[in-house]
Design a protein around this ligand. Structure first.
Ligand SMILES: O=P(O)(O)OC[C@H]1O[C@H](O[C@H]2O[C@H](CO)[C@@H](O)[C@H](O)[C@H]2O)[C@H](O)[C@@H](O)[C@@H]1O
Length: 384
């Protein structure tokens, strides 16, 4: 794939202007390791920013790191130190729900929207289908959740869109009847396209899945693989002495987990990561739930992955399609935004604390997600 010239490739985005969050990608050097020699479209600017601005940015990151990821337990009087705090949080949550009503209690209005339409379901994995746990390797999905997902997938086209590598998320979910997008949508295994496309996604490779079914493989960041492997090594080396810090290889992106790091070391984690990234202007840093994520600077995200999958399924042009996306994380907001545009569909934010979001509905936790999936399946079966 020639990222320099192909108008069909996801365009590079300027790392200094593309992020909603403060950028850590400071363009100090011309990249020597980037595989495409003449990548001059929106190339990063050469001059470092004045140090004051860098300091402000670093402070912004630190605030985000400290605030990242709400408590994993349901809000309860046992968890919070005082009744007053707990009541206050409960009240704030209830107020917040005026704008983000529960997808369970508002199920009737959802079915009104869905009536006569073909539903397509997009599900995030961590924090949505599996609870947040300390060790990412242990984020298994329960058998009950698997059964609920299998059931909806037998009724509606269903895809998992995760920040994890596609293989890893498949190992957790283990359902062959779904479509999978790993690495925040940068690694999609989907159906062979049914509709004539608008010309966006011509760079698919036709392949076969584990069951011999013909599938399309779309990997818009494949040229970054060697760079990602290199930065993984460098980051691993640079954080190895920070207690609790953990690396995760997600194929087209890299996660630096700090969930088990003492808060007084968060700044150290951030500093080490940004120091390494100074040599990689074609990589950028985003922030998830107690995780810093390093990914290629390409204009591709979970929202684009949803559009890609809808198109592949032949569902992008029809008025009678209602896509629903369920997710808990900042990266899911790109998908919420895409669905919100033109009232195409809607997002459901999984959160036990108030958060700004482009989603239309909310669910508290994966247990409520499972209940929602079951309710959706029962409604579909009753109504058909
Ligand atoms: O898009 P997702 O499927 O939500 O993946 C986003 C990241 O999820 C994982 O990290 C999060 O869950 C872990 C397990 O519960 C938790 O320990 C961690 O603190 C969370 O950030 C995954 O490990 C990351 O690689 C994904 O990018």
């Amino acid at each position: 794939m020639d990222l320099k010239t192909s108008h069909n490739s996801p365009l590079f985005v300027d790392p200094l202007t593309s992020l909603a969050l403060p950028s850590a990608v400071m363009p100090y050097t011309t990249p020597t390791s980037f595989p495409s020699s003449g990548l001059y479209l929106n190339t990063p600017k050469k001059k470092p920013l004045p140090s004051k601005i860098e300091e402000v940015r670093a402070a912004g990151w630190l605030d985000l790191m400290l605030a990242s990821s709400p408590p994993r337990k349901r809000l309860s009087k046992d968890f919070f130190p005082s009744d007053v705090q707990s009541d206050d949080l409960d009240l704030r949550y209830r107020n917040w729900m005026v704008n983000y009503p529960s997808a369970l209690t508002s199920f009737e209005s959802i079915t009104e929207l869905a009536n006569g339409k073909r539903l397509a379901l997009f599900l995030d994995y961590d924090g949505t289908l599996s609870p947040i746990v300390d060790n990412p390797a242990n984020a298994v999905m329960s058998d009950e959740m698997r059964a609920a997902v299998r059931h909806v997938a037998s009724l509606f086209p269903t895809a998992i869109i995760s920040g994890r590598s596609r293989d890893k998320v498949f190992d957790f979910v283990k359902l062959t009847e779904l479509y999978y997008a790993g690495s925040h949508g940068m690694d999609i295994m989907g159906p062979v396209r049914k509709s004539e496309s608008s010309g966006h996604h011509v760079e698919c490779v036709t392949s076969t899945d584990s069951e011999g079914k013909e599938v399309n493989l779309f990997q818009p960041a494949s040229e970054f693989l060697p760079m990602i492997a290199e930065v993984f090594e460098n980051l691993s080396e640079s954080i190895k002495d920070i207690e609790g810090a953990r690396m995760e290889d997600n194929k087209f992106c890299v996660s630096v987990h700090y969930r088990n790091v003492a808060p007084h070391d968060y700044e150290k984690v951030h500093q080490r990561v940004t120091a390494v990234l100074k040599d990689y202007p074609f990589l950028r840093l985003t922030h998830g739930r107690k995780v810093l994520e390093v990914r290629p600077v390409i204009d591709w995200n979970k929202g684009k992955a949803v559009e890609f999958l809808l198109e592949s399924l032949g569902l992008s042009e029809s008025e009678d399609v209602l896509p629903i996306y369920v997710g808990d994380d900042k990266t899911d907001e790109d998908a919420f935004k895409v669905l919100k545009a033109n009232n195409r569909g809607f997002g459901i934010l999984v959160s036990s604390v108030p958060k700004d979001s482009d989603a239309s509905y909310s669910l508290r936790d994966p247990a409520e997600v499972m209940e929602f999936l079951r309710t959706l399946a029962a409604w579909k079966e009753e109504s058909s």
